[in-house]
Design a protein around this ligand. Sequence first.
Ligand code: NDP
Length: 313
Amino acid sequence: MEITKTRCLIIGSGPAGYTAAIYTSRANIEPLLIEGYQPGGQLTITTDVENFPGYPEGVTGPQLMEDLRAQAARFGADIRAGYVNEVDFSSRPFRAVTDNGLEILADSVIICTGASAKYLGIDDEKKYNGMGVSACATCDGFFYRGKKVAVVGGGDTACEEALYLSNLASEVYLIVRKDYLRASKVMQQRVFDKTNIQVFFNTNTAGLYGEEFVEGAHLVEHIGTDKENRFDLPLDGFFLAIGHKPNTEVFSKYIELDETGYIKVNGAGTSTNVPGVFAAGDVADPNYRQAITAAGMGCKAALDVERFLAEQN
Ligand code: NDP
C-alpha cells in the first residue's frame, strides 16, 4: 500500500471540497484532495446552474465543477481519484485509507463528503433523471415556469419545494404517502393556502411515463387496500423531496453527528468534536444545501485549518 503524508486532507470534491482546496493551496498548505465516487458531487447531475454568482449567462453543473477543480489544480492542490473507506481520527497524524490502496497520514482533515438526495427506488427515476426528474427545486424549478409539476414527500422540504415551485409552475401536486403531512404546522398551512398546490394524500408513485422527457406519473391511491385506485397524472416535472442522507457513515465512530446523521460543527464555524478535523458543505448543513453556501463553508474550513496548523507549530 502506498503511504503519503499531507498537512491537510480534503475528503470530497463538491463546491466545499474544491473551495477548501483553492484556499489551502494558496496558503501553501499543499492539500491532498480525494475525489470520491462522484467527482464534482451532486452538481454534476444537475443541468444548468443559474444562481452561482459570477456566471451571468448561467453554467452547466459539470462545467462549474470542472472550473472549480481547475482553479484548485492551478494552485497546486494534489487531486486524486479514490474513495475514503476507512479513517482513524483517534490520534494525530490522522489516518485515512482509500479503496484504491492509498494510506494517508494527515495533520488536519476537512470532511466535504456532501449529502445524497433520497430517491424512491423506482427504475423510471434513473431513466428520466435530468429529463424531468429532479431532487432540487431551487436548482431546476425555473425550467418549469407555467408548467405542471409534482413534488413527492410530506416533510418540511417537500412543502418548501412545493411552495417555491408554486411561484413558477402553473400547478403543483404534492404526493404524500400517508394521510397527513409530517411538515411543521406553519409550512402545512402555507401549502393549504396556496390555490395552485393540490395535495394527494395516501398516494404512492408506481412509475413515470413519457417519450424522452417526463410526461406524467402512474399513481396509486390507497395502495394494497380494497379502496386501491390507479390513475395517471400528466406532468412536466417530477421532484423528489423525501429527505437527504449525509455521507457520514465512515466517520461516525469518531465524529459527533446530529440525530439525522449530519456532522455537528461548532456554531457558525467548521470545527468538529475532534480538534484538527473540520467539516464543510452539505455534510454539515441540513438547512441551506446550496452550492454557494457549501463553497463559503469550504473557505471557512480552509481558514480554520490554517489557524489550527499555525497553532500546532
Ligand atoms: P423528513 O424526513 O422530515 O420527511 C420526509 C418525507 O418524505 C416524509 O413525509 C416521508 O413520509 C416522505 N418519504 C420518505 N420516504 C418516502 C418514500 N419512499 N415514498 C414516499 N414518501 C416518502 O425530511 P425533510 O427533508 O423534509 O426534512 C429533514 C429535516 O430538515 C426535518 O427535521 C425538517 O423539519 C428539516 N427542514 C426544515 C426546514 C425549515 O424549517 N424551513 C426546511 C427543510 C427541512 P412519511 O411521513 O410517511 O415517513
